[in-house]
Design a protein around this ligand. Sequence first.
Ligand code: G6Q
Length: 554
Amino acid sequence: MTNPNLRPTDLPSWKALSAHAAQLKTQHMKALFAADDKRFDKFSLQLSSLLLDYSKNLITDETKAALLALAKESDIEAWRSRMFAGEHINATEDRAVMHVALRDKSSQPILIDGVDVRPAINAELERMRKLSEKLRSGAWTGYTGKTITDIVSIGIGGSNLGPLMACEALKAYSDKRFNIHFVSNIDGVQIAEVLDGLNPETTLFVISSKTFTTQETMTNASTAEKWFMAAAGDKAAIAKHFVAVSTNRKLVTAFGIAEENIFDMWDWVGGRFSLWSAIGLPIVLFLGYELFDELLQGAYEMDQHFQTAPLAENAPVMLALVGIWNRNFLNYPAQALLPYDQCLHRFPAYMQQAEMESNGKSVNWAGEQIAYASVPLVWGEVGINGQHAFYQMLHQGTDIIPADFIGSVTPNIVVEGHHDALMANFFAQTQALMQGSDADQVRRDLTAKGVSAARIEEIVEHKVHRGNRPTNTILLNKVDARTLGALIALYEHKIFVQGIIWRIHSFDQWGVELGKVLAAGIQPELDLAKATNAGHDASTRNLIDFYKRAKAGK
Ligand code: G6Q
């Protein structure tokens, strides 16, 4: 393995890519497509779960070869083996990174710190299955003997976004046995709206928190408990209405949740990668265990592809490398995620956390400030809605924003006349972003419409689309559980590969901590009887005082 303290900018491939980028920046993708009719074949990958077309990027054979050299020189394969072998690659937290263990469908032992964790993983899955079956069969009843109708999942960040995204993506597969609700915000409006209209006798709360100390979750859990106790009266009833997912059994028990209702997870699973653990319990309850198992299966298939496919044919690796090219060599500042499938409407928010919390770092493994860019701003929205909102900027703005377009061949709900119209837009947008429309084309189009020559010259520049704007297209057969599992794992491994190339620690999140600590200090100061800390900067002190005066009606 190469020296881990080596800077990527010192690698021969990095230097070659920098020189190559300077030359390629003068080219237009339209010309590259015209010059090479094999471009799609060379720059796309077909897997059982999805098609990845990355040909609409400003790349050539030479770019691809140099990017693959970068992957080799960065020791991607060795680092990948280290992750799958359970080594402590999360060095700042001194932990293994083993979300892949949770979906490992082989029967091999999975050793983490010398212990085979497979029995524990299987035991939790079995408990999840049993709870789901009890609830779904009606054998599990509430404190008055009624069956459960509503599940309220309380958690935030990694303990919320995955289950929420997956339940939304797959709700077409629900047998409508339960309604599911998610509460993450400490703003009381959210929980108040969720509880309004629910019946405590038929509601089950799933409190998900790896640490069981997160303020937002604990506050919401305690509000839920009060709401429940106001109706039930008897503490013993909690056992029928509250379950928890956590690594911290002690705190869960202290909260009052029965031992048998605690589902375990482990510190070798990062929050934003924890959907595959018992954090996925809301998915199991809402959609049934078989469907969750399919989700795991899809992710496992992507794990196998990631581990075995040659780098040049490896979808996560190529997605990562193209991202590196756009970010570090073409210097594009952002990355849009644009699903053209309504089911995936929470996918951008989910992936935004996975990408930005993992690779939003500016210090390398050696603790030095890095002199190259790490994760771009990742954002997105359902593409078709974006077309009528922010796509103007994607087409003609001063910044070039690479975008991943994600669509499906078959929708989860077929409504006549809709899907081809949606997909026509899907295909048209990446074509338009790549080709653009030059002044000659604009003139021809306006002339054909009978616009006068003088008027054409007034508006022509405004209608020019320079194109050359990179996109990846990911085409799924359908957003079913297996495909969704594969899609998530595709991006998880992309994140891993990029973190290795950038030589940053992808699996910690110290940047989330600072604000939490300061908030804990400020909260008591918001009590009107207490003085504001004079040590705050003038902006923060005055903002707090303004808030307190307004709160006091002064
Ligand atoms: C994820 C992050 C973060 C975390 C939440 C909730 O990787 O660490 O989003 O998931 O802060 O934490 P708990 O599960 O401990 O409540």
